[in-house]
Design a protein around this ligand. Structure first.
Ligand code: NI
Length: 188
């Protein structure tokens, strides 16, 4: 089932989410929520979606980047379920790149993100995940983990001067070679 996405201004987007009780992860209701989040992410062409964006105050996010129609040259991210994720920064250097958000439709902004993270979380069936994420993969995870704290990418922008409507961004940033971003990343 495709879920309704909360937009910026809805308190759900600004509320820190609660940890998931691992005992409920294998329940049919929770498994269905995970399926619904993936369906919703795909419907809106996101590369990530966090539960607060679908009005659920739980520490759950899904990620996937596979043959994205608008970003065919982007690295692939396999479908990943992150429950109660914890992030440790491994490389404090940051990279600036463009982000969007399903809760802030049709906008893009330049956001610095840490280059490398260690991520621990529970997976779809409650199994323990522990992996290192780099570059765009690390960016998407930082974006989604921020949602679990009630934060959005605008909060991470050192200034708002790059903030652009999508159509203007496509016209003046994406199509201007000297301003070509490394990547045109859209997250959830
Ligand atoms: Ni988002």
């Amino acid at each position: 089932m495709i879920l309704k996405v909360a937009r910026l201004g809805h308190p759900a987007v600004r509320t820190a989410a609660s940890a998931v009780d691992p005992a409920i992860i294998r329940s049919p209701e929770f498994q269905r929520l995970l399926d619904d989040m993936v369906e919703t992410m795909r419907e809106y062409n996101g590369v990530g979606l966090a539960a607060p964006q679908v009005h659920l105050s739980l520490q759950v996010a899904v990620l996937e980047m596979s043959h994205h129609p608008r970003y065919p040259n982007m690295p692939e991210i396999p479908l990943t379920y992150l429950i109660n994720p914890q992030v440790t920064i491994l490389e404090h250097a940051t990279i600036d790149d463009w982000e969007g958000c399903l809760s802030i439709p049709d906008m893009r902004g330049l956001v610095p993100r840490f280059k490398q993270l260690r991520v621990t979380a529970l997976g779809r069936h409650g199994e323990e995940l522990d992996f290192v994420a780099n570059d765009f993969h690390a960016r998407v995870i930082q974006h989604e983990v921020d949602h679990l704290k009630g934060e959005v990418y605008l909060d991470r922008m050192p200034n708002l001067r790059s903030l652009s409507h999508l159509a203007e961004w496509q016209r003046f940033v994406l199509e201007t070679p000297q301003k070509q971003p490394q990547r045109a990343g859209e997250s959830g």
